[in-house]
Design a protein around this ligand. Structure first.
Ligand SMILES: [Zn+2]
Length: 349
């Protein structure tokens, strides 16, 4: 079979190449790939900035936003041939730490977790892949190709669960949510927050085009420009850009007792002690919480599958803006102005 592989930490080493069939030790469920979403992490791995091959292997099969069709459910699973499934990305660390021991691998404390397509486990960008039945999530068959949005949706399911859990520390009836960044994660955050009946605002750099149109179609309000100019103090902010200025403005704009949930990963700049003291002072005086959220455990994947199953299909379909063939992966990794989610399509659905 063919797979998209890279030699981690070696730029320009990506190849669409012949590889052996998936190893049965990767799981008893055999799956035919339908589609795999492409995200910034994949771009970083291909650029040689990130990624680890499995032990004993020089190359890593890329891809963590999966969607596949069960070819052989194996002896010990409730799946049937033809079921649409998505593979959970992270596996608990081998120690395990207390969180991994109770199935909260998204909260792993020692960093020795592994991840499909990223860290020491082959990913899903191969014509066939295997998975342990307990790490496969069934997708509503009516979603078809849109099941490929389950991985980013799981990240949001966790982030919103964190916000809700923190909110319970005091009387908490949130009304307004600001989402910064109208990429796939931000738009899915807006969709999820709308499904909870919240007044949702989304901010992004662009002034026109697909992103503002989609935000309005979701029943949310679109803003461009600075967070400082949105004209109200949100009860919660879901930060999806990782841009320093946006994060700083979000912390300044959040309402009293509000929660800023950071999901974007950026870099750059020097943190001065004075700036830290200012953030701390405003956080103290307004009873704010700034929380980071990454990855997802099985509960979040399950919630995300329910969210997508209930969502408007036509609207969800507009999030997948480009489909490319696996052999044209270089094109899939390019960023074009109106791209939201680009997927590699391995087989018809
Ligand atoms: Zn752990």
């Amino acid at each position: 079979m063919k797979a998209l592989t890279v030699e981690p930490l070696k730029p320009a080493s990506a190849r669409w190449e012949e590889v052996p069939e998936p190893d049965p030790c990767e799981g008893s469920v055999l799956v035919e790939a339908v589609a795999v979403g492409v995200c910034g992490t994949d771009v970083e791995i291909v650029e040689g900035k990130y990624g680890w091959a499995p032990p004993g292997s020089e190359r890593l099969v890329l891809g963590h936003e999966s969607l596949g069709r069960v070819l052989d459910p194996g002896p010990a699973s409730s799946f049937k041939e033809g079921d649409l499934v998505v593979g959970i990305v992270r596996r608990p660390d081998p120690v395990p730490c207390p969180n991994c021991a109770v199935g909260e691998w998204d909260m792993c404390r020692n960093g020795r977790y592994t991840e499909r397509g990223i860290k020491e486990r082959h990913g899903f960008m191969s014509e066939r892949w295997r998975i342990e039945p307990e790490y496969a999530i069934r997708v509503d068959p009516g979603l078809g190709l849109l099941g490929v949005l389950l991985e980013p949706a799981s990240v949001i399911a966790k982030a919103l669960e964190q916000v809700a859990a923190i909110g319970r520390r005091s009387f908490w009836e949130p009304r307004t949510v600001l989402v910064t960044g109208a990429g796939p994660i931000g738009l899915l955050a807006a969709l999820a927050a709308r499904s909870h009946g919240l007044e949702v605002h989304v901010l992004d750099r662009v002034e026109a085009g697909l992103k503002p149109d989609l935000v309005r179609a979701l029943g949310a309000t679109y803003h461009s420009g600075s967070v400082l100019e949105i004209g109200f103090e949100p009860d919660a902010i879901v930060e999806c850009t990782g841009v320093g200025q946006v994060i700083a403005d979000a912390i300044q704009t959040i309402g009293s007792s509000g929660i800023v949930c950071l999901t974007g990963v950026g870099h750059g700049g020097v943190v001065t002690a004075a700036a830290c003291a200012d953030i701390a002072a405003s956080t103290v005086l307004k009873n704010n919480v700034i929380v980071g959220s990454v990855n997802a455990n099985k509960r979040h994947w399950y919630r995300a599958a329910n969210l997508l199953a209930r969502a408007d299909r036509e609207l969800l379909g507009r999030l997948v803006t480009r489909r490319e063939k696996p052999g044209d992966f270089a094109r899939a990794l390019e960023r074009r102005p109106d791209d939201i989610k680009v997927v590699l399509q391995f087989s018809d659905i």
